[in-house]
Design a protein around this ligand. Structure first.
Ligand SMILES: Cc1ncc(COP(=O)(O)O)c(C=O)c1O
Length: 335
């Protein structure tokens, strides 16, 4: 929802017509946006729900660190312009869902500026590296976005759900959602007072007071604690990554960049398909035996256990235990 809100504002602010009035069917040129092939599926859902269609989200290839290929992105924009389409938005990733990779956000900001396009950043979990001292550089340029989406229920350890969208241009945000029927006229006094209501900034009219838990948590724990814990989570993941590298039965299946490690159990001579099934079963066993709950992904056809560390209670011993369990279960299942 946080990404949907940012992209909805982008669409409305950049449209060549009054899109709320006329609808997407009336645009003079097809509106197209760009993201890497690693962008989360919620951006595709947004393209569908905003009437742009999934094809309007151009997925640009990435390098081994899952960063968008800037030359291919520029070429795609140029080609779309040449074909009479209307490029209106670039979505950058601050923390890709698969491996926690970061696009070159400064380069994307430059390009969006040069092309007069909206720059949205999906920072669902990765945006929070910006508050650390050691890893803030990963998200350099994120501060130049027109809109940023991030989830405080991910890497700020808050109870689900508390997605958040920041939009630089308050009026553009307001214009995308405000609607004041007679029964919601904003008053000058009493409970209906207020020139702009929260319902003027999103889809919901009735809504929970989500911001309370954000305010209370930060007030109670203090900003410095979040800085320390987020950095600690990354360092723990670097520890796990080294542990995997030092364990002959295991291998990393992607570079470790921030708080995600993707790895698998390997046996010499086994095919990719056989290893994929084995690793999937290792994951099921880890879950069902109550040892650990890693998630999973498949990168270039290779199935991997995926550890995304956003837990303030994580300890290094937890990762030792995980590696031991993966090796033991791998041996047991392959015997
Ligand atoms: C990069 C990224 N974007 C968007 C989302 C969607 O967030 P939510 O699950 O809060 O809707 C996720 C969730 O995993 C994510 O990792």
């Amino acid at each position: 929802m946080a990404n949907f809100v940012g992209i909805a504002v982008a669409r409305n602010a950049k449209a060549e017509i009054n899109i709320r009035e006329e609808g997407v069917g009336a645009v003079p040129r097809q509106m197209v946006m760009y993201a890497s092939d690693q962008v989360h599926s919620c951006s595709q859902k947004a393209a569908e729900l905003l009437g742009l269609g999934r094809k309007a989200l151009r997925l640009v290839p990435t390098n081994e660190y899952h960063q968008i290929d800037l030359e291919k992105l520029q070429a795609a924009i140029a080609q779309d312009r040449a074909e009479g389409h209307y490029p209106f938005c670039i979505i950058g990733n601050a923390g890709t869902v698969n491996i926690g990779g970061f696009d070159d956000l400064n380069a994307l900001a430059d390009l969006a500026q040069a092309e007069n396009m909206w720059f949205h950043v999906d920072g669902a979990f990765g945006a929070f590296v910006a508050i650390t001292e050691a890893y803030a550089h990963l998200a350099a340029g994120m501060n130049r976005a027109d809109s940023i989406a991030f989830d405080l229920h991910k890497w700020m350890y808050m109870p689900i759900e508390i997605g958040c969208t920041l939009v630089r241009d308050q009026d553009a945000h307001y214009e995308a959602f405000t609607l004041t029927p007679i029964y919601l006229t904003h008053g000058t006094r009493g409970a209906s007072a207020g020139e702009r209501w929260f319902s003027d900034y999103g889809l919901q009219l009735s809504r929970g007071f989500r911001a309370l838990k954000a305010w209370m948590s930060i007030k109670h724990h203090g900003f410095k604690k979040y800085q320390r814990l987020i950095q600690q989570n990354i360092e723990q993941v670097m520890y796990l990554s080294r542990l995997v590298e030092a364990t002959p039965q295991l291998e990393l299946t992607a570079p470790t960049i921030s708080n995600i490690v993707c790895f698998r159990y390997v046996i010499d001579g086994w095919s990719t398909e056989r290893l994929n099934t084995l690793n999937q079963n290792i994951m099921y066993e880890l879950h069902e035996r109550g040892i650990a709950v890693p998630s999973y992904t498949t990168l270039n056809g290779v199935y991997a256990l995926r550890v995304a560390n956003v837990n303030h209670r994580s300890r290094l011993e937890d990762f030792d235990a995980l590696v031991t369990a993966v090796v033991n279960i791998g041996q047991e299942l392959s015997a």
